[in-house]
Design a protein around this ligand. Structure first.
Ligand SMILES: NC(=O)c1ccc[n+]([C@@H]2O[C@H](COP(=O)([O-])OP(=O)(O)OC[C@H]3O[C@@H](n4cnc5c(N)ncnc54)[C@H](OP(=O)(O)O)[C@@H]3O)[C@@H](O)[C@H]2O)c1
Length: 328
C-alpha cells in the first residue's frame, strides 16, 4: 500500500510503500478514503512539533474510511461500516486522563491507504457526510465543539481567523443560537464569515486594538466566550474583548507575542480553560448534533493522494478558508 511519511529533516512528506497491515484481535482494518490537515500536521511534517517525531512516521490524526476487515472479537463495527479516527485514540470518556500515544508522533497516522486500529479508537460517520467531509471532524470540529460548550441563545462569542477550528466554532455557536463575532486578516474572507452567520467581522491587522473594537460592537459589554487560537500573540486583545465573568477557551498558540497581562485578566474576573480536542464520547455526541442539524463542514479544497505534498504547501500558504482535505 502507498503511504506518505515525514522525512525527518523538516522537508516535504515523501511517498513510500508498506505492506497492508493485518488487523489483530480487537482491531479493524480501515481502507482510508480521505484525510485532513491540521496546524499540528504542518509542524510535524516540518520538524517543528513540540515532541520528537521519528523519521518515517506517517502523519495525520484525521481520517475517514471503510472497514475492510475485522480482527477476532470485534463487536462495534462490521465490514463495510464507515468510520472516522479519534484524535486521542485511548480517551474514551470522562475528563482528560493524560497524554497517550498520538497519531503522527508516537504511532503512525492516517496518511495511508490502509490502517489497522483498535475498534474502540474509531467512530461511525454521520450518514449525510461524504468521506471528505467526515475526515475534517476528528480534530478541528471536536476541538471547536469542546471550546464552545455551554454557549446558547443570548451569548456573544468571538472566533479568531478562518482556520479549521474557528470556522467549526462559528458553525456550532450559531447552531446553539449564540451571536458570533469574528476576526480575519483578509477582507475577502469577511464575506464568507458573514454568510456563515457572523454578525460582525473585524480586520485584526488593520485594527491592532481589535479587542476594544469587539467590546464596542457588543455595546461595551464584551463577549461571553473567546475561542483563543492565537495564544501569546492575541490573548491580550482577547482579554480586552471578553465580558466580566466571561470565558476564554485556550485552543492554540498560532501567533507569537507577549502573552497575558495577569492584572488585566484578573480585573475581568474571567476563566481561562485549556482545550485538548475531546473524548470519544464527546465526539459521538457532537456527531449526533451534526446529524440532526445536517451540518456540513466547510471544505476549502480537496487534493488527490498523489498531490499530498501540494496539500501541505497549500495549507501553509494562508489563503484557505476552513479545511484542507486529501482524497485517498
Ligand atoms: N488545543 C487543541 O485541542 C487544539 C486542537 C486543534 C488545533 N489546535 C491549535 O489551534 C490553532 C488553530 O488550529 P487550526 O487547525 O484551526 O489552524 P489553521 O487552520 O492553520 O488556522 C489558520 C488561520 O488562523 C488565523 N490566524 C493566524 N494568526 C492569527 C492571529 N494572530 N489572529 C487571528 N487569527 C489568526 C488565520 O485566519 P485568517 O486567514 O482569517 O486571518 C489563518 O488562516 C493551532 O495553533 C492549532 O495547533 C489546538
Amino acid at each position: 500500500m502507498r503511504i506518505f511519511q515525514v522525512n525527518g529533516a523538516g522537508g516535504p512528506v515523501v511517498a513510500a510503500e508498506r505492506p497492508v497491515p493485518t488487523p489483530a484481535a480487537g482491531e479493524v482494518l480501515v481502507r482510508v478514503k480521505a484525510s485532513s490537515l491540521n496546524a499540528r500536521d504542518l509542524l510535524i511534517a516540518t520538524g517543528k512539533y513540540t515532541a520528537a517525531v521519528p523519521p518515517g512516521r506517517v502523519p495525520l490524526s484525521d481520517g475517514a474510511g471503510i472497514v475492510e476487515a475485522v480482527g477476532d472479537g470485534v463487536s462495534r463495527f462490521r465490514v463495510g461500516d464507515r468510520v472516522m479516527s479519534t484524535f486521542h485514540p485511548t480517551w474514551l470518556y470522562g475528563s482528560f486522563p493524560q497524554w497517550g500515544e498520538l497519531y503522527g508522533v508516537q504511532r503512525d497516522g492516517w496518511l495511508t491507504e490502509f490502517i489497522a486500529v483498535g475498534e474502540q479508537s474509531v467512530v461511525g460517520v454521520p450518514e449525510h457526510l461524504s468521506f471528505e467531509e467526515a475526515a475534517t471532524l476528528p480534530c478541528a470540529a471536536l476541538t471547536a465543539w469542546s471550546a464552545v460548550s455551554g454557549v446558547g441563545p443570548g451569548d456573544a462569542l468571538l472566533v479568531q481567523g478562518t482556520g479549521g477550528v474557528s470556522v467549526f466554532a462559528l458553525q456550532f455557536a450559531r447552531l446553539a443560537g449564540a451571536r458570533v463575532l469574528a476576526t480575519t486578516s483578509r477582507p475577502e474572507k469577511a464575506r464568507r464569515l458573514r454568510e456563515l452567520g457572523a454578525s460582525d467581522v473585524v480586520d485584526y491587522l488593520g485594527t491592532p486594538e481589535w479587542g476594544a473594537e469587539v467590546r464596542a460592537l457588543t455595546g461595551g459589554r464584551g463577549v461571553d466566550l473567546v475561542v483563543e487560537i492565537g495564544g501569546a500573540g492575541t490573548i491580550s486583545q482577547s482579554i480586552a474583548a471578553v465580558a466580566y465573568g466571561g470565558r476564554i477557551s485556550l485552543v492554540g498558540n498560532l501567533a507569537s507575542g507577549g502573552g497575558m497581562d495577569l492584572t488585566r485578566f484578573f480585573e475581568r474576573g474571567a476563566t481561562l480553560r485549556t482545550i485538548t480536542v475531546g473524548s470519544r464520547s464527546d465526539f459521538e455526541r457532537m456527531n449526533r448534533v451534526i446529524s440532526q442539524a445536517r451540518l456540513r463542514p466547510v471544505v476549502d479544497r480537496v487534493f488527490s493522494f498523489d498531490e499530498t505534498p501540494d496539500a501541505f504547501s497549500w495549507f501553509a500558504e494562508g489563503t484557505r478558508f476552513g479545511k484542507v482535505v486529501i482524497a485517498h
